[in-house]
Structures are given as C-alpha cells and as structure tokens.
Design a protein around this ligand. Sequence first.
Ligand code: AMP
Ligand code: MG
Length: 391
Amino acid sequence: MISVSEALDHLFALAGPLDTETVPLSQANGRVLAAPVQARRDQPPFAGSAMDGYAVIGDEVQPGATFTVIGEAAAGHGFDGEVAKGQAVRIFTGAPVPQGASRVVIQEDVIRDGDTITLRDNLDQGTHIRPKGADFADGSDVTAPRLLGPSDIALLAAMNIAEVPVTRRPRVAILSTGDELVMPGENPGPDQIIASNSFGLQAMLRDLGAEARLLPIARDTRASLETAFSLADDADLLITIGGASVGDHDLVGEVAVDLGMERSFYKIAMRPGKPLMAGRLASGAMMIGLPGNPVSAMVCGHVFVTPVIRAMLGLGQAAVQERHATLAAPLTPNGPRQHYMRARIEDGQITAFDNQDSSLLTVLAAANALLIRPPSDGAREAGETMAYLPI
Ligand code: AMP
Ligand code: MG
C-alpha cells in the first residue's frame, strides 16, 4: 500500500495538461485561461466624471462662487469645447471631463438659475474625476493559468477581449461495473441497487470543468467490461467504479491489464478507498479505478480525481488545499490508514459524524467537510485544530 501523497505523485505523472482552444468570452466562464492576455485599451479611456454635477476649474471652487453653464457632457456624448475661468459644463456620470476642467462639483452643492450656477456652503471636497486608465492601462496583463469566474469575464470584456485561449475540457468517461446495478428511474429487481456514484462523480467532474459522460453499466464479465472499455477510446480519462477489490467478481484490474493498461499503482493506505488503481490504457487515456462503495468513490473523487482534473486543466499539480477548523468533540485514535471522516463544519467548529460506514450516502450528503486523520494519529481533544477538505 502506498500513501495518499505517493498516489497523488503517481497520478500527476499520468495527468499532463491538455491542449488549448479559443472560445468566445460568453462561453469562457468556468474555463481555465491558458495563456496571458493583454488589455486592448485604457479604462476609462478618458478622464471621466464619477458623479452628476458641473465640471469646472478646481481652483475656482469656493462657497458662493458663480459660473456660467456653457454646455453639457453626458455618457457617450462629450463636450467639444474647453472650460475657461468662470465657466461650467453640466456633466453626468460616465461622461468625459471637458478640456480645462479639473473638478466636478456634485449637483447637490449647486443652486442653478437659468445658465448660472452658484456654489453652496459646506462643499463636498472630492474632485469626482476618474483618471484615464484608473482601472487598467492598455497592454496590462491578465495572467494565466487562471480559472475564469464572472468577475474575470467582466474584466476581459472591458479590456475589449472578445475571445480567449482556454485549456480544452478534459473528456472523462465514467464506467459503473456490477451485476447488481441499474440506472436511476429503472425498476430494480430484488437483488439490485441503483448506480449512484457514477452520477455523483459526473456532477463533481462537471463542476470542475470536465466533459463527463456515463458509459453503459458493465456487468461482472470479461466480455462486458471489454466492450465498455472500448467505448472510452476517445477519453482523456476513464474512471471505473467497483470491481476493483480481490473478490471473484472483481475483474476490472485484470481486464484493464489484459487490454494493455500499464498499472501505476494499486491500493492506498486510506480510509475509505483502499482499493484504488491507476494507470495508462493502450489508447493513451489515463485510467483511475475507484472502489465501488458509494462514499469511498466520492471521497476518492475529492482527494484524487479533483487534483487530476485540475492538473489536466493546467492549474498545477497539487493536492486539494487543506483548511483548518477547531474540533468540537473528541476523537478516538486513528488506525494505520489516513482517514477522511465525514464531518460537519458549523461556525468554524468541526464535528465528525458518529457513523463512518463507507456505504452511507445520507451521511455524506449531510457532511460539508472531510476531516483528515493522518495514519496512526493519536486521540484528539475538543478544541484542537484539525485539517479538513471542504466538500
Ligand atoms: P465492488 O467494489 O464492486 O465490490 O463494490 C462495492 C460495493 O459498492 C458493493 O456493495 C456494490 O454494490 C457497490 N457499488 C459498486 N458500484 C456502485 C455504483 N456505481 N453505485 C452504487 N453502488 C455501487
Ligand atoms: Mg462489484
């Protein structure tokens, strides 16, 4: 058995970054920017007004001063002339500040009578002018790699970048294996259960930015597994679920090796999820064989599949970032395997669920964290700081 971090090293050796493609900005949210891009203009492109008011020469501003209004500047419609002494231009938010003006007096500070304005007492002291390029300058970089979110999309749009280079979405094929499995919505026989992990993993993968498709469930026969494997030829990653232990019906590893998989490892010192395997298939695709128990498969999805997908997306080769919280209730000593305990965080306090059976999806669904117990971790008291992964 190897440790979790050794297994991750092996996985990263199999998971190189994928090639890139160009997508329109409207489809770039959630994608990974693959190369730096540069702003194609200053923003704002001119010194602009931040308020509705009157543009004047700043030195002339004092209570009681009067100005003659000589024109108007609105957003999209600048004022052509120049502001001279004793003159003001009516101005609105987003309008270019006219030549000569150096301050916008907000309209609340002005009494207007025809084309004359008089400034009130207690004037607001701001200039209310956004300098040219205050947000970003022409040519400034958005660095890569970067997982693009809504704020980035707004920034790129403002930079006049209509399409961006992104890493291709990893193509993942998910294969449930087992004679007992049927699809949700079907009528299970008395000895059957519903395939669930495959759906949970598909959701997880899609959240990560992968294209994830479900293969038809494979039966516990060589022929069925061989057919299923052949359907994954175009995938970057094949994830199998179940059939990976050492039972008579656990054929996944055997069939994969017979089909040319170079096995990189098998079995990890962790709980849940010991029987996990990985390797490279003859097609060039990476394969990860997950254990069948629903919670084991999902935990392995968080601990191993998530970093693999991030590596494929070009986001670097790193374990999921651990966080820390205060233990709310004591824990008994851990065994020799790293334990990912289903736990709940509330107000910075973490509590492990009493029942850690790896078949209980209700417990997993109630959890929002995996509390990490290193191998042979001693008993822990309430109040100690523990590492966890958010889920
Ligand atoms: P296995 O690793 O094939 O021995 O499966 C271990 C346990 O997980 C068994 O109880 C299986 O019925 C269950 N199992 C395997 N695959 C799935 C799946 N895709 N969805 C739900 N349960 C599964
Ligand atoms: Mg099975």
